[in-house]
Design a protein around this ligand. Structure first.
Ligand SMILES: [Zn+2]
Length: 211
């Protein structure tokens, strides 16, 4: 079958080759510790987004454009509040999950401000949040329903877990570790390495003896 689909337009970048001020806030391939003190390896490869127009016009799945995942405010690190912006490659997997969720609820799914990708230097990030992996979304509205009650959050969290059995949803409650004004769902600490990403030169000495 003939297809006429344009190539994905965003440039793939190796975060370790970005300039210092960006490396300092994206921490490509760096480590964040989770609340249990376990080290988690951050994403190294990102898609570069050059403008709002590009973010709005570039879709990661049929209904979710890049712009849905980069609404941040003054709490984001200053180098990431201007273009070019960067999203971890795994954001595309989150978009696929949200597509599945949207299909299940049969209506629009809205991701809130600071509810998509947040850098490890975002002021609201304390430790390893999957938001720093681009694999978490804070959903504040579904169709005409605002997720501001335990009933609505729980109802949609149940739907999310039924169609995305391995996804995690934040429990209900008022404290920091809980939610009472949005549905947080995430895929965990997923790192995506697209085929075209440059790899490392294999070094037998570093890799150790082959088994
Ligand atoms: Zn969240």
């Amino acid at each position: 079958m003939a297809t006429n689909v344009a190539a994905f337009p965003l440039r793939l970048v190796d975060g370790r080759r970005l300039e210092r001020r960006l490396r300092d806030v994206l921490m490509p391939g760096g480590i964040l510790c989770d609340h249990a003190g376990q080290a988690r390896v951050l994403p190294r490869y990102f898609y570069e987004v050059t403008s709002w127009e590009e973010a709005r016009d570039t879709y990661l799945s049929p209904h979710f454009s890049v712009s849905e995942f980069i609404h941040t405010d003054v709490r984001e690190a200053p180098p990431l509040r201007v273009f070019p912006r960067y999203i971890p490659c795994a954001t595309a997997l989150l978009a696929l999950a949200l597509e599945q969720f949207r299909d299940a609820v049969g209506t629009y799914v809205y991701v809130g401000a600071n509810g998509g990708y947040c850098s490890p230097r975002h002021a609201r990030i304390g430790g390893a949040s999957p938001h720093c992996w681009g694999t978490a979304a804070n959903i504040y509205r579904i169709g005409d329903t605002y997720l501001d009650s335990h009933d609505s959050i729980e109802r949609f969290a149940n739907i999310a877990r039924s169609v995305l059995p391995t996804a995690w949803t934040r429990p209900l409650g008022p404290a920091d570790a809980y939610t009472d004004d949005h549905l947080h769902l995430d895929l965990g600490y997923v790192v995506s390495v697209p085929r075209e990403a440059p790899g490392e030169t294999f070094n037998l000495k570093l890799a150790g003896d082959p088994l």
